[in-house]
Design a protein around this ligand. Structure first.
Ligand code: AMP
Length: 536
C-alpha cells in the first residue's frame, strides 16, 4: 500500500523561502577591516534572487557549475542560496589550496563561472591561463587593477529586480559540490543533493545534535569551503539562526573581540582554532565568553583539556562532532545522554560523538567482518545514509566503498549507545612491535600539559619495533618544558610501551588547508631531515 502523504520534493529554494519570510529580520554579520556590517535575512534572500536573475542573464543553466573562491561573508552566503535554488551547482573552492591543485579542481568540476573575493584575485591570476573552461569571473568588491576581465558583483546584481521565480527541480539533483582535501592522491569531488542538504539541515536542528534554533547566533569559523560550513548556512535559514561571518580574521584575539561584541550563542570550527581562542581568552582580564551556550569542535579529535578548560575557566560547554567531506559532514555529535551527572558529562564530550538518526553505522575488521557495538572491538567505521556519499564525482574509487557502505578510513570503537570513539586515521596509527599506538590519544593527552600549546604525533621507522612515535611539540610562550618532563607526564595516562622516546620542539606545526595538523607535511619534514629530534 502506498501512503497518502504528499511527495513534495525537498529543495533548497524552500529553505530560502522559509528563512526569507519567517526570519526576515534575523541578521547576517560580516567582519570587514572597517568593522562589522550586517544585513537582514530578507535582504540577503532578495540579493540571492537578483544574483540568480543575473546569472541567468549571463547564460548559466541547469547543472552548470558556479564556483566560489571566497572567505566567510554575506556575498558567499548569497551564492549558497541562489546557485542551487536556480538549478545550477555551487562549487566551493578551498582558498588555501596550492595553485596547481586549485586549477585541477576547477577543470575537473568544469566550473563555468567563479565568484571571487578581491583579496583572492591574485591567486586566481596565477592559474588563469590553465582554467580555459571558466567563462566569467565575478569579483565581490572593487579592484584597483584587474589582471583579467571581471564582472563587478554589485553592478551585476544591481541590474536585476528581486523576485526570481525559483524552478521546480528533482530533489535528488545536484546542489553543491566540494572536493576532499586530498591528503592522498588527487582531491575527489563529493556532490550533495537538495534532498541530502535538507535532511542534513534538519538533523542539525535536532536538540540531540547541535540544536540550531532561532535563539541562536552562530560564529561561523569553519570555512564555507569546508563541507558547506558543516551545513550551518542552510540550517541557519531553516532555523532562524543568525550568522557571524569572520572573513579572514581568524586569530584568537580577533575572534575573542567578535564574541564579546556580538555575543554569539554557538561557535563552530576545528579544535586548533578553539585552542588559539583559549590562549587569547587567557591573556585578557575582561574576557567574557558567557554568551556561548556551546562551542562545536570537529574535523579533528578534541583534547580533553580543551573541553575542561573552556568549562572551568569560561563556563562554556564544548560539543564534539565527527564528520567528513563525504558525509555532508555531520554524522555524530557528542551530546551527553540523559542521566549523566555534570561531572561525568566530559567523558562523553571527549568522544567523537553519538550517531544521528538517518546515518547507518558499523565497524568492520580487515576481512570486512562486522564487529560488535560493544565499545571494545576496534575496527574501521563504515557508513551509509541519505547524506552519506555513494561515490565520487567523475572518479572511480571502489576501494572507498564496500557493499554500498562508505569506508571512512577512521579506526575506533562503537558503543551500545551509539557513541563513536576514534583511535586514529588508519594511515596515522603507529605500528610498534605488532601492536597499534594511537597518535590521536598521545597528542590530545600531551596537549593537556600546561607547558604545551600544540602537539602532533607521527610514526618514525624503528629497526627493532618497526615504528615508534615521534611527538612534535609547540611550547606555550613562557614554557621550557623538556622531553623527559612530558614523557613523565604522559606516563600517568598511557601504557608504558606507548611513551614516545623521540621528541622535537618547534615554533609552529604545519596545518592543512582546513586548519588541522598536517601529518603528511610533518612526515616530509622528518624525511628531509628538517626537524631536530631528541631521543631519550
Ligand atoms: P575532512 O573531509 O577534511 O573534513 O576530513 C574528515 C576526517 O577528519 C575524518 O575522516 C576524521 O579522520 C577527521 N575527523 C573529523 N572529526 C573528527 C573527530 N571528532 N575526531 C577525530 N577525527 C575527526
Amino acid at each position: 500500500m502506498r501512503s497518502t502523504m504528499q511527495d513534495a520534493p525537498l529543495l533548497i529554494r524552500d529553505i530560502v523561502r522559509h528563512g526569507q519570510w519567517m526570519y526576515a529580520d534575523k541578521r547576517v554579520f560580516t567582519a570587514t577591516s572597517a568593522g562589522m556590517t550586517s544585513t537582514s535575512f530578507a535582504d540577503v534572500a532578495q540579493r540571492a534572487e537578483r544574483l540568480a536573475a543575473a546569472l541567468t542573464r549571463l547564460g548559466v543553466q541547469r547543472d552548470d557549475r558556479v564556483a566560489t573562491l571566497m572567505w566567510n561573508n554575506q556575498t558567499h552566503m548569497e551564492t549558497y542560496l541562489a546557485v542551487p535554488s536556480m538549478g545550477a551547482i555551487l562549487h566551493t573552492l578551498n582558498v588555501r589550496l596550492f595553485a596547481d591543485q586549485l586549477a585541477f579542481i576547477i577543470n575537473h568540476a568544469a566550473d563555468k563561472v567563479i565568484v571571487v573575493d578581491p583579496s583572492l584575485v591574485p591567486l586566481l591570476a596565477r592559474i588563469k591561463e590553465h582554467i580555459a573552461g571558466v567563462e566569467h569571473i565575478i569579483v565581490n568588491g572593487p579592484l584597483d587593477d584587474a589582471p583579467f576581465a571581471v564582472i563587478d558583483y554589485e553592478e551585476f546584481i544591481g541590474a536585476e529586480e528581486p523576485g526570481f521565480d525559483w524552478p521546480d527541480l528533482d530533489e535528488t539533483s545536484a546542489a553543491v559540490m566540494c572536493y576532499t582535501s586530498g591528503t592522498t592522491g588527487d582531491p575527489k569531488g563529493v556532490v550533495y543533493s537538495h534532498r541530502s542538504t535538507w535532511l542534513h539541515s534538519m538533523a542539525s536542528t535536532s536538540a540531540n545534535s547541535i540544536g540550531f534554533n532561532d535563539h541562536d547566533r552562530c560564529l561561523l569559523v569553519v570555512p564555507m569551503f569546508h563541507v558547506n560550513a558543516w551545513g550551518a548556512v542552510y540550517t541557519a535559514f531553516m532555523a532562524g539562526t543568525e550568522l557571524i561571518m569572520p572573513q579572514m580574521f581568524l586569530q584568537g584575539e580577533l575572534l575573542l573581540n567578535m564574541i564579546m561584541e556580538l555575543r554569539p550563542t554557538v561557535a563552530v570550527g576545528v579544535p586548533t582554532i578553539w585552542n588559539d581562542l583559549l590562549r587569547a581568552a587567557g591573556g585578557r582580564s575582561d574576557t567574557d565568553l558567557t554568551s556561548l551556550r556551546t562551542i562545536l569542535a570537529g574535523g579533528a579529535a578534541v583534547p580533553r583539556f580543551l573541553i575542561e578548560a573552556f568549562r572551568e575557566r569560561h563556563g562554556v560547554d564544548v560539543l564534539q562532532g565527527w564528520g567528513m567531506t563525504e558525509t555532508s559532514p555531520l554524522v555524530a555529535v557528542s551530546t551527553p545522554p540523559t542521566g549523566v551527572s555534570r561531572e561525568h558529562e566530559i567523558d562523553y564530550r571527549v568522544k567523537a560523538g553519538r550517531v544521528m538518526a538517518g546515518v547507518d553505522i558499523r565497524i568492520t575488521n580487515d576481512q570486512g567482518e562486522v564487529l560488535a557495538r560493544d565499545g571494545v572491538a576496534v575496527g574501521e567505521f563504515e557508513l551509509r545514509g541519505p547524506w552519506i556519499t555513494a561515490g565520487y564525482y567523475g572518479t572511480d574509487a571502489p576501494d572507498f566503498f564496500r557493499d554500498g557502505w562508505l569506508r571512512t578510513g577512521d579506526i575506533g570503537t562503537l558503543d551500545p549507545h551509539g557513541f563513536m570513539v576514534i583511535t586514529d586515521r588508519a594511515k596515522d596509527l603507529i605500528k610498534s612491535g605488532g601492536e597499534w599506538i594511537s597518535s590521536v590519544e598521545l597528542e590530545t593527552t600531551v596537549m593537556g600539559h600546561e607547558g604545551v600549546f600544540e602537539a602532533a604525533v607521527i610514526a618514525v621507522p624503528d629497526d627493532r619495533w618497526q615504528e615508534r612515535p615521534l611527538c612534535v611539540v609547540v611550547r606555550t610562550p613562557t614554557s621550557e618544558v623538556s622531553a623527559q618532563e612530558l614523557r613523565d607526564y604522559l606516563s600517568d595516562y598511557v601504557a608504558k610501551w606507548w611513551l614516545p622516546e623521540h621528541w622535537s620542539f618547534v615554533e609552529g606545526l604545519p596545518k592543512t588547508s582546513v586548519g588541522k595538523f598536517d601529518k603528511r607535511a610533518l612526515r616530509r619534514l622528518v624525511a628531509d631531515g628538517h626537524l631536530e629530534i631528541q631521543t631519550l
